[in-house]
Write a protein that binds this ligand. Structure first.
Ligand code: NAD
Length: 446
């Protein structure tokens, strides 16, 4: 799953602006995710002195649609599911964002997540707006054939509003390459022409991209390296902890270890693995590749201690990269952390309460929508290759990703320093400004 965003959204402790200084009529909603997204946006808009007309425009989605999805189930009965697609902004380019299958999916949740995609794509410096969609369903109760019929019916229903220059869905919670292929195939058949650029996250054999699997971890590692450079800490002397050894964490560990850093701790659902003299990351990587459930369970090496997942978070190191789930660093453990820096590989791993505690303990946080944006930049690369009909090598892909990540890191780092705000806040302000400028330049339709 990619392009996902957390339910715990924080734009960083600012303490000064909550939007109460704006005179616009603020939108209210009972949906917590959308309410938080709006609250964060109003606060940031006030802080940056955003023109109130722009506040009104950007606090609304451009387009939000609901569709009904009648499906023949495997037992021959008919069920109707609800599906949604929201395009929050297309000021910078086509809407981009995931398609999730989950019982909690609603139009308002999609709107909140679409707005976060607008800011994420803007910050990443890629030519996309933000979108999100999904189907309210429990994918565990559905067979593969039922999921295929659901995806194809959804694709047909929203076909009029998607396209490589309109809106480009991607995998998200509980969707992956098969759903993207069904979606692309359905729209291609409806239009009578091949439409590979209509979704990203396709398998390499069907117009997907080399390099995508490692992209998010490579982006996280690039942010850690740039951070170490910025604070003048030699990467060869740095000690790193990576929580979560799945797609993002294992590649972040691999790239950091290859750069000369000492990875002193890693963890996954089977617990923590701590080695003060450094984990043999290549060996751990091989271990999960050969494990039937891709887990660290049973991993061993000289000097390694098996500890709990919580102990790994609280161990001594320079940098902690939480790359597992949301809420890993929270009110109950934030004050116990011994690292100097946190680089958020996962979405929302630091809760808003923890943010406050980390700030008062002088721990700097590189926020998720900067640190894990290698994923969405990688999706953009797939789209670029699809439009050109010409494919890059993995080396070309990585060589293009790293400079973009470096530029984005420094843009936020420098803005945070000059404005005297935390990086999370700086990232949000930089992102909103780019979209607001585009809306202003393009003007209103009438
Ligand atoms: P994944 O399923 O491949 O890996 C998750 C890892 O976290 C697994 O190793 C799992 O065992 C571990 N884990 C789960 N609970 C844990 C716990 N309590 N303690 C320690 N480890 C635990 O998922 P992923 O694709 O690597 O995604 C990780 C995070 O990064 C998610 O928040 C996801 O939304 C975000 N993200 C992923 C991408 C991407 O391209 N994969 C892009 C952007 C953001």
């Amino acid at each position: 799953m990619t392009d996902d965003v957390s339910k715990k959204i924080s734009v960083g402790p600012s303490g000064k602006f909550d939007g109460s200084g704006l005179s616009v009529k603020k939108r209210t909603t009972k949906n917590i995710l959308l309410a938080t997204a709006l609250e964060n946006f109003y606060g940031a808009a006030e802080e940056m002195g955003l023109d109130e007309g722009l506040v009104e425009i950007l606090s609304h989605a451009e387009r939000a649609i609901s569709v009904s999805l009648p499906i023949t189930m495997d037992d021959g009965s008919i069920r109707v599911f609800e599906g949604y697609r929201v395009q929050h902004s297309t000021a910078l380019g086509p809407a981009k964002g995931g398609l999730r299958f989950h019982p909690d999916v609603s139009l308002e949740e999609c709107e909140a997540l679409a707005s976060l995609m607008t800011w994420k794509c803007s910050l990443a410096g890629i030519p996309y707006g933000g979108g999100k969609g999904g189907i309210s369903c429990d994918p565990l109760e559905l067979s593969s054939n039922e999921k295929e019929r659901l995806t194809r019916t959804f694709a047909a229903r929203i076909a009029p509003i998607v396209g490589e220059w309109e809106d480009v869905p991607a995998p998200d919670v509980n969707t992956g390459a098969p759903e993207m292929v069904w979606f692309m195939d359905t729209v291609s058949k409806l239009r009578g022409r091949f439409e590979p650029g209509i979704v990203t996250g396709k398998p390499i054999s069907i117009w997907g991209s080399k390099g995508r699997t490692a992209a998010t971890g490579l982006g996280v590692a690039t942010c850690i390296k740039e951070l170490l450079n910025a604070v003048k800490l030699d990467v060869n002397k740095s000690r790193i902890i990576i929580q979560g050894f799945g797609n993002v964490g294992s590649y972040a560990a691999k790239f950091m270890s290859e750069a000369g850093a000492k990875i002193v701790g890693i963890s996954d659902v089977t617990g923590g693995y701590y080695a003060p003299d450094g984990i043999d990351v290549a060996k751990a990587f091989d271990h999960i590749s050969n494990h039937p459930k891709k887990m660290l369970e049973g991993f061993s090496q000289a000097g390694l201690k098996h500890v709990s997942g919580e102990e790994i978070l609280e161990a001594e190191a320079d940098v902690l990269a939480p790359c597992a789930l949301e809420g890993a660093v929270n009110a109950s453990n934030a004050a116990k952390l011994k690292v100097k820096y946190i680089v958020e590989g996962a979405n929302g791993p630091v809760t808003p309460e923890a943010d406050e505690a980390l700030l008062s303990n002088g721990i700097k946080v590189v926020p998720d929508f900067l640190a894990n944006s290698g994923g969405v930049i990688g999706s953009y690369f797939e789209w670029v290759q699809n439009l050109a009909g010409y494919f890059w090598t993995e080396e070309e892909y990585n060589n293009r990703l790293v400079p973009i990540m470096k530029d984005n890191f420094h843009r936020v780092w420098n803005y945070a320093a000059t404005q005297d705000v935390v990086m999370r806040r700086a990232a949000f302000l930089v992102a909103i400004k780019r979209v607001a400028d585009a809306v202003k330049m393009r003007g209103l339709f009438l």
